[in-house]
Design a protein around this ligand. Sequence first.
Ligand code: CO
Length: 173
Amino acid sequence: MSLREVRIYGDPVLRRKAKKVTKFDGKLKDLVRDMAETMHVERGIGLAGPQVGVQRRVIVVDVSAGKDPSQLMALVNPKIKWKSNKTCLIEEGCLSIPGVDAAVERPIAVEVEAQDTDGEDVKINAREMLARVIQHEIDHLDGILFTDKVVDGEKNKIEPKLKKLTQTVTSKT
Ligand code: CO
């Protein structure tokens, strides 16, 4: 296992659409293992392929943040099949956008179809925190960041922080 570098806001990889996974091989399992380890070390509750520079439709989620191994899940090619009309507004953060928290409105429940790392179909009925994290991570696979979705009143608050993050990334290259 090894840790992967988490890409930060401003890195173009975060804005690209990830490609469907077609090979369920050892490389995929290594990627998922590394992503889970990286997420836990960074104290995150979700991580998507593009966040570690991999343009593949893979996410890992653990709403227990490493406290309960049974909560860890890896979803390959996840798709939202249904979402509730009922939504809620909750503060989100993202390992790729350090220091920024803002409220995002999302459906409170979703039904997701995906595959596991062996290519077997899995179906998940997620509510509340789990539903929110899964939606946030699937957005990453389409190049969408939570900061794109923050409620109007909070946009001004986060704008200067985002600008600063972008400048940091630019100056590194
Ligand atoms: Co994120």
